[in-house]
Design a protein. Structure first.
Length: 286
């Protein structure tokens, strides 16, 4: 089902707990997150036709203040959890409202401002089957993708990346959810990007931003401190998709679709099961 974001948000807000139930079962909620330019929007566009008309997509980060003001009665008092904010709290309540009537929803969002924000968002959706999926790609890929497009700033996805990932302790084993980066490459290819210099208007502004980026990722200040470092997501996810060179959005959409279908077939799988840190979806039951 294709529907504009404004129509969808008003549609969600039109439900009330007092309304008669539309469906016997609660809807499922899938949260797909990742930095800007990680490729999640392209993957989701491939995913939605596979899920079918029973699913709706809500691109949370595309909603403007005007959309929210039009859809929600923000004068109604509501407790706001720490780290979530009023807008996301309101959106959570309406997602729960719609899911309680059997609507399945795919939420497309970054949820990067605070490292506990995703967990807080999921807690707000307690009582519903909520799957979290991360679309991840390397810093170098993000820089390359943003640099090739003139309509996107580079600082924003880099800041999102630094809020969603952190370096693993030296000597940590590599896992399917972590990836190795060269500290020298990060400094030369990312922190010294001419696009960043242009965005900040000066070398000093770029250098200050780069220093903050390295600090957030806990990569240290000396280029020779570590030859290779491992970066891992700060949060735990039910499924992590590595959107790397040689893979396609269609492949990832099939993986996610199979994963969601298996959950619906076998019953809900609790969040952060270690066996789910894989790009490949579990095999369908015999």
């Amino acid at each position: 089902m294709k529907i504009s974001k404004k129509i969808l948000i008003v549609f969600l807000a039109s439900f009330s707990i007092a309304s008669s139930g539309l469906f016997a079962e609660k809807g499922r909620i899938v949260i797909i997150t990742g930095t800007s330019s990680s490729g999640k929007s392209t993957i989701i566009r491939k995913l939605m036709p596979k899920l079918g008309a029973e699913w709706l997509r809500l691109a949370i980060d595309d909603l403007s203040e005007e959309d929210l003001e039009e859809a929600f009665d923000t004068e109604t008092p509501m407790p706001i959890p720490n780290g979530l904010g009023e807008e996301n709290t309101l959106i959570c309540e309406q997602i729960k409202n719609a899911a309680s009537h059997g609507i399945n929803i795919v939420c497309d969002t970054v949820l990067d401002e605070d490292e506990d924000k995703l967990a807080t968002f999921v807690r707000q959706l307690s009582g519903f089957e909520c799957t979290t999926i991360l679309i991840q790609c390397s810093l170098e890929d993000i820089v390359q993708r943003v640099t090739s497009r003139k309509d996107r700033p580079l600082a924003s996805p880099l800041k999102q990346f630094s809020q969603m990932y952190i370096s693993s302790p030296v000597g940590s084993p590599k896992t399917p959810s972590s990836f190795s980066v060269s500290l020298q490459d990060v400094r030369n290819g990312v922190c010294d990007s001419p696009k960043l210099t242009k965005e900040f208007g000066s070398e000093r502004g770029r250098e200050q931003f780069a220093a903050g980026l390295l600090t957030d990722l806990q990569l240290g200040e000396s280029p020779g401190q570590h030859t290779q470092v491992l970066l891992s997501p700060k949060q735990e996810y039910d499924l992590i998709i590595n959107n790397v060179e040689g893979t396609t959005p269609e492949q990832h959409a099939r993986t996610i679709h199979t994963f969601i279908t298996n959950q619906m077939t076998r019953g809900f799988i609790p969040i952060a099961s270690p066996s789910l840190y894989t790009q490949e979806a579990p095999a369908a039951p015999q």
